[in-house]
Write a protein that binds this ligand. Structure first.
Ligand code: KDG
Ligand code: MG
Length: 404
């Protein structure tokens, strides 16, 4: 038994970066938490939850997860969108946490049990130039990673996506107003194949190598990149072109066998329907937090499984440890699992969000604690107040605003 929802509150904190967390407490004394962090737009989701969702939750049966999901999705009339779907996800994950705690089981058991022993994760290797990136790849392989995403600075472009300043850890959002970065498709397209040729020369064909294009190319440019990377056998080429126009991927697909991963900005199965049904992608990157929680991500994965598409959940630092915990239960269960992204959180984040998940030898496991195994220490969270922070924007050399 889980009981009725007695209280729900939104906790906004910034241990290392901003996070929005929903905590639901039941009359039976159980509590569950869900992540509602939408990078750079955090307070919109906090208000959506506190002002419009929490009042509707009080008194509802915490066990009725599906009914609550439908109530918040259909009942709002205004369906989909990142703010709505992140808010619904936070409720959904908190209720799954409660249900699994009430059963005394780890969440993956409630979902149907483990489909594998452990979850392969990929780490991030970034450098200001090719050799620095190669050294970071070497460190990841030494740590036991089997899959590494590689990004490097591009000669002639100031501040490229995915590259940290010397000695700093990469974190996409920065405090203050959006930073401006540069972009030149020509310079990038000449440089990217050299990075992967060098990595294959140094590390051989064994490690899985991934790359994030971060929506920068047109379909025909993406086709050219995919084709030029074929000898390097990437695990995937991510977000080669913006995916609002799902049909645009037909052109890329027609030219290259480099596998394609898309979807970290998706919030609904409708964002991925044509891509999946058309066989236009290989991995869907939707996350528990931004795609409506476990309840909706499961539907996306089931559709994907019919079309040989596997999962590759987004796992950057803006997904809180609560999302990571829920994602790892999902990953352990989901039959068509591909890989999970891992960007470790800084110690202050881990301190505010104690968790049962572990990392060993390039793999993670959600742990055996009842629920999703992640909690929030509210007293510690209160020591880190919210501070506005934004993702950067990118401009072409002539000043035109480009896709970041
Ligand atoms: O909030 C946006 C970041 O999470 C994103 O830029 C990171 O592209 C990203 C990735 O693949 O992790
Ligand atoms: Mg990405």
């Amino acid at each position: 038994m889980t009981g009725r929802i007695k209280e729900a509150r939104v906790i906004v904190c910034a241990p290392g970066r901003n996070f929005v967390t929903l905590k639901i407490v039941t009359e039976d004394g159980l509590h569950g938490i869900g992540d509602a962090t939408l990078n750079g737009r955090e307070l919109a989701v906090a208000s959506y939850l506190a002002d419009h969702v929490v009042p509707c939750l009080i008194g509802r049966d915490a066990a009725r997860i599906e009914d609550t999901w439908q109530y918040l999705y259909k009942g709002a009339y205004w369906r989909r969108g990142p703010v709505t779907m992140s808010a619904i996800a936070a409720v959904d994950v908190a209720l799954w946490d409660i249900k699994a705690k009430a059963a005394g089981m780890p969440l993956y058991q409630i979902l149907g049990g483990a489909s594998r022993e452990r979850v392969m994760v990929y780490g991030h290797a970034t450098g200001r130039d090719i050799e620095e990136t190669a050294d970071r790849v070497a460190e990841h392989l030494d740590e036991g990673y089997r899959a590494v995403r590689a990004q490097s600075g591009v000669p002639g472009i100031a501040k490229v996506y995915g590259v940290a300043k010397a000695g700093e850890r990469y974190e996409p959002a920065k405090r203050g107003l959006p930073e401006e970065q540069g972009w030149s498709t020509e310079r990038y397209l000449d440089h990217a194949p050299k990075l992967f040729e060098r990595l294959r020369e140094r590390f051989g064909m064994d490690p899985h190598l991934l790359h994030d294009v971060h929506h920068r190319l047109s379909p025909i440019e993406a086709a050219r990149l995919g084709k030029s990377l074929e000898p390097c056998r990437l695990f995937w080429m991510e977000d080669p072109t913006p995916a609002e126009n799902q049909d645009a991927f037909r052109l890329i697909r027609g030219h290259t066998t480099t596998p394609i991963a898309v979807g970290e900005v998706f919030n609904s199965v409708w964002d991925a329907k044509t891509l999946i049904e058309g066989g236009l992608i290989d991995y869907v990157r939707a996350s528990v937090t931004h795609a409506g929680g476990i309840t909706h991500l499961r539907r996306i994965a089931d559709l994907a499984s019919l079309h040989h598409v596997r999962t590759g959940c987004h796992g950057a630092t803006d997904l809180s440890p609560v999302c990571m915990g829920a994602a790892l239960h999902f990953d352990l269960w989901v039959p068509n699992f591909g890989v999970q992204e891992r960007m470790p959180h800084p110690p202050e984040t881990d301190d505010v969000f104690p968790h049962a998940y572990t990392f060993e030898n390039g793999h993670m496991h959600p742990g055996e604690a009842p629920g999703h195994g992640v909690d929030i220490d509210e007293a510690k969270a209160a020591r880190y107040p919210y501070a506005p922070a934004y993702l950067p924007v990118a401009r072409l050399e002539d000043g035109t605003l480009w896709n970041w």
